[in-house]
Design a protein around this ligand. Structure first.
Ligand SMILES: Nc1ncnc2c1ncn2[C@@H]1O[C@H](COP(=O)(O)OP(=O)(O)OP(=O)(O)O)[C@@H](O)[C@H]1O
Ligand SMILES: [Zn+2]
Length: 470
């Protein structure tokens, strides 16, 4: 059974066949760190993390590259208005981004290139494009270099646009361009821009255009041809169209599959720093939602379905996750955490079907139903089977409640014997207090346990404790 993925370039679901069997190279457009991330950006990270985890689960070696754009117009505007260096702004935002990725259990990329660390690779590509007649330095001598769009006949194919239908800008456009569709590969430094944000080049001091960064960094880490290029649907045009035009015109085959995830909207529009309609991780935590629950909310709808953000839907997702978590914890208390390995075939079929996470989640729920029946009947083999299958499936989704990422490295089963003996001690004191008819001391022990979040239930086999309200 092979993975099938929707490829934007062919507008069809295709069998995914990696260039080298068993090895997959992926490039994902990362953030421009002009400000701290919002949960739309994190959807991108989580969707791609699920693809990566599924490839890993199905025994592929994955080289995963996600860049950071650490210099651009918006970062420079912030530098100018705040009086801080552009790199201080970029780095501070990147630190928050790193923490968010970690908090959402996103596996770190194999490589995470910064645009400013790859200027020579960009120069090499631009030089090749100029020699091949696909790019030209601006006639005005301002240091800009443009890609010559009409020179690339396939322009528009990825996004399904006819270049002839692209209208010229009404404000007259930029006079140095030969064609209004041309875009900048290199931007000559301007008088009012911070001087530390420009690099020497054969065309004068300047900085890279956004599109050339990704073509150069993908090539540096994944080679001239690689398997999957991704990003949000919003990047299809112009960013990815331009990346293809640059790389193909330089004679590189470039990406074999284009996988785009849908956006997370707030109100009528894409959640966006520029529009200001943003919610970040701190705001979500302020609502009493845990990060694992946020990941469930972002990662379980199909990656090609738009998410229309609402507080209620986020809260519902949290409740749904708590139910799943409750089963895992109850089952693990009885049979131990087990060793999650194989996923049920129906789950695999759903994931292979263009990562159909909602169908995959239905298999998680079915398995929990069976597990609950086994719990009610006290059938340990049934409990164990359901638990390991559920944990394996949740692991693929990055949502296993017993994963050290969510337990802070300490699992319930690690703590159980410790808490067991402490609770036992407290219950002995309660029994002794009762024996000497000291009711207030007995009640006090019970209340203190309750305040510590420990619920005690008297069962024929003796008292059983559970932590929390789940
Ligand atoms: N609301 C969103 N929902 C899903 N993905 C998003 C959203 N906003 C940005 N992304 C994705 O995050 C990645 C990094 O985006 P980038 O830094 O270019 O953001 P952006 O589009 O400039 O965001 P903003 O408009 O908030 O400034 C891209 O793959 C982009 O498609
Ligand atoms: Zn990119």
């Amino acid at each position: 059974m092979t993975l099938r993925l929707y490829d934007t370039a062919t507008r069809s679901v295709r069998d995914f066949v990696p260039k080298t069997p068993g090895q997959v190279g992926i490039y994902l457009c990362g953030l421009t760190v002009q400000s701290t991330p919002h949960i739309g950006h994190l959807r991108s990270a989580v969707n791609y993390d699920v693809l990566r985890r599924w490839l890993l689960h199905t025994n592929h070696e994955v080289t995963f590259v996600r860049n950071v754009t650490d210099v651009d117009d918006k970062i420079l505007d912030k530098a100018t208005t705040s009086g801080r260096p552009y790199w201080a702004i970029a780095y501070a935002n990147k630190l928050v981004l790193d923490a968010n990725y970690r908090d959402l259990n996103v596996i770190p990329p194999t490589y995470e290139p910064l645009a400013t660390g790859h200027i020579p690779e960009m120069h090499e590509l631009i030089t090749a494009l100029i020699s091949a007649g696909h790019a030209y330095p601006a006639a005005g001598g301002n240091g800009d270099v443009y890609f010559d769009v009409p020179s690339y006949r396939e322009y528009g194919q990825l996004s399904g646009q006819n270049p002839d239908d692209m209208r010229p800008p009404t404000d007259g456009g930029e006079p140095d361009k030969r064609d209004y569709r041309d875009f900048a590969l290199w931007k000559g430094v301007k008088a009012d821009e911070p001087t530390d944000a420009s690099w020497p080049s054969p065309w004068g001091r300047g900085r890279p255009g956004w599109h050339i960064e990704c073509s150069a960094m993908a090539r540096r880490y994944l080679g001239d041809e690689f398997d999957i290029h991704g990003g949000g649907l919003d990047l299809t045009f112009p960013h990815h169209e331009n990346e293809i035009a640059q790389s193909r015109s330089a004679g590189l085959p470039f990406a074999r599959y284009w996988v785009h995830h849908a956006l997370l909207n707030l109100g009528e529009a894409k959640m966006s720093k520029s529009l200001g309609n943003v919610i970040d991780v701190a705001a979500v935590q302020g609502m009493g939602i845990r990060l694992v629950e946020l990941r469930y909310y972002l990662g379980t709808p199909h990656y090609r379905s738009r998410i229309d953000y609402s507080d209620d839907a986020l809260r519902e997702a949290a409740v749904a996750y708590r139910r799943i978590e409750g089963f895992v914890q109850r089952a693990a208390e009885i049979v131990g955490p087990g060793r999650p390995k194989d996923v049920p075939p129906q789950f695999a079929a759903a994931m292979n079907d263009d990562l159909n996470t909602s169908a995959a989640l239905a298999v998680v729920h079915d398995t929990i139903r069976e597990g609950n029946t086994a719990l009610a009947a006290g059938e340990e083999a049934g409990i164990r089977g359901a638990l390991t299958a559920v944990r394996a499936m949740l692991g693929v989704l990055g949502l296993d409640p017993l994963d050290a990422a969510w337990t802070g490295g300490i699992t319930t089963s690690d703590l159980k014997p410790v808490v067991d003996s402490l609770v036992k001690l407290a219950l002995e004191q309660r029994a002794q207090a009762r024996a000497r008819k000291d009711w207030s001391a007995a009640d006090s022990v019970r209340d203190q346990l309750k305040n510590a979040g420990i619920q005690v239930e008297d069962t024929p086999a003796g008292p059983r404790w559970t932590v929390g309200e789940h």
